[in-house]
Design a protein. Structure first.
Length: 342
C-alpha cells in the first residue's frame, strides 16, 4: 500500500498539532545531557527548574461531577521514599499557550530505576483514569498537574497525588510541552522503529498515514503522527507506541555517540529551551547518571507496562463521560500491577 504521507501534506498540520504530541524522548535526552552536567555545567542553564509555576496563569478545571464514591486518603496513603529507588514522573502537555486544555497531560509515564540491580521500568498511565480523593482532587488523572498549577504548587501536588495512586514514591517530575518533540527528533536525525504488523491511521490527519511491517525510518513528522494517532486504534495502543519512540530515541542517540560527544549533548540541551520544566536539580545528577547508565545497558532493557482494560482497568460511560476505573474499584490493583514490574 502506498504511503500517502508526504512532507508537503504535513506542513500545515505540523504547525497545528506539534504541541499535541508527547515529548516522548525527553527523559532520554535529560539522561544524556545530565551525564555531562558535572563536567560541563550545561544541562540546567536553559531548563526551567522550579517548584511552582508562574502566578499569572489563568486556567479552567474540568470536572466530571459527584458520581463516584469518594476515596478516603487513608485508603491511598502516601508511600515512603525508598533509598534504593529513583522514580521520575514524565508528563507531556500541549503547552501553556494552548487554549484547549494546554496543561492537561495527554501522556503520563512513570520511569523507575532500581539502584541496586540497575533494572529500569516504564509504566504508562492512561489519561482517562478517574479519581475522587477526599478534599484533594476530583476528575480525570490528566487534570492533576493543571490543578496543581492553578493552586500554585504544581510539582508537590502532582507528586503527592500520583504517589498515592501508583503506590510508588515519586522523587521528581519533568513536564515537557510538545514543541520540544520536533527538536529532539531533528537533533538525532529521525528514529527507527520495527513493526510486527502494518500501522494505518485513515482519519485523524486528513490524509491516510501508513507504515508497513518491518523496519521504518521515521522523520520528525512521521514520528509525530505515529506517536499521536489514536482514531484508528485507542489510547492504550498509543501509549505503547510512545514507549516505543522513547526507546528508539535512546537507541539512535547511542548510535550517534551522544554520550561521548559533549557538543552534541549541549546542542540537545539547548534545543529543549523552555520546553522542559522540572524539579530535578544539580543534587539529583547522581541519580540521573545512574538511570542513564542503566538505560544504556544492552543487557537490561527497560520493563514496560501500559495500564489498560486488559489488565487492571475497566471503562464506563455511566454518566455520559468516558472514564477508566480500577477493577473492583480498588486502586490497590494499580499499585500491585506497577510493583510487580519495578
Amino acid at each position: 500500500m502506498e504511503n500517502n504521507f508526504t512532507q508537503e501534506k504535513l506542513a500545515k498540520p505540523t504547525r497545528i498539532n506539534r504541541k499535541k504530541l508527547l515529548v516522548s524522548g525527553g527523559l532520554v535526552l535529560l539522561i544524556i545531557f545530565g551525564y555531562y552536567a558535572i563536567n560541563f555545567g550545561l544541562a540546567y542553564r536553559k531548563i526551567t527548574i522550579l517548584n511552582s509555576p508562574p502566578s499569572d496563569f489563568q486556567g479552567t478545571i474540568i470536572t466530571l461531577g459527584d458520581f463516584r464514591d469518594v476515596i478516603d486518603e487513608q485508603d491511598l496513603p502516601l508511600p515512603k521514599k525508598e533509598a534504593d529507588r529513583f522514580d521520575v514522573l514524565i508528563l507531556g502537555i500541549r503547552g501553556v499557550n494552548d487554549p484547549n486544555g494546554g496543561l492537561l497531560t495527554d501522556s503520563i509515564i512513570l520511569f523507575s530505576l532500581d539502584k541496586n540491580t540497575g533494572e529500569t521500568a516504564m509504566v504508562s498511565i492512561p489519561r482517562d483514569l478517574y479519581l475522587n480523593l477526599t478534599d484533594r482532587f476530583q476528575g480525570k488523572i490528566n487534570e492533576v498537574y493543571e490543578q496543581g498549577v492553578i493552586a500554585g504548587r504544581a510539582f508537590s501536588f502532582t507528586k503527592d497525588t500520583f504517589s498515592r495512586v501508583t503506590g510508588v514514591y515519586i522523587d521528581n517530575v519533568s513536564v515537557f510541552d510538545f514543541s520540544a518533540f520536533g527538536n529532539i527528533i531533528e537533533a538525532v536525525d529521525g528514529v527507527t522503529v520495527t513493526l510486527d504488523v502494518p500501522f494505518e491511521e485513515k482519519i485523524q490527519w486528513g490524509e491516510p498515514f501508513f507504515l508497513p511491517a518491518g523496519e521504518n525510518n521515521l522523520n520528525t513528522e512521521q514520528a509525530l503522527y505515529y506517536s499521536r494517532s489514536r482514531f484508528s486504534s485507542n489510547d492504550f495502543d498509543r501509549a505503547r507506541r510512545q514507549q516505543q519512540i522513547i526507546l528508539a530515541i535512546k537507541e539512535k542517540a547511542l548510535k550517534l555517540g551522544f554520550l561521548s560527544n559533549p557538543k552534541k549533548v549541549t546542542e540537545l540541551a539547548l534545543a529543549l529551551g523552555d520546553g522542559l520544566k522540572t524539579d530535578l536539580g544539580i543534587f539529583d545528577i547522581p541519580e540521573i547518571i545512574s538511570l542513564g547508565q542503566s538505560l544504556n545497558s544492552q543487557n537490561k532493557p527497560p520493563k514496560q507496562l501500559v495500564l489498560t482494560t486488559q489488565n487492571v482497568l475497566y471503562q464506563t460511560t455511566e454518566t455520559g463521560a468516558y472514564i477508566l476505573l480500577p477493577k473492583l474499584n480498588d486502586y490497590k490493583e494499580i499499585s500491585t500491577a506497577i510493583k510487580n514490574i519495578i
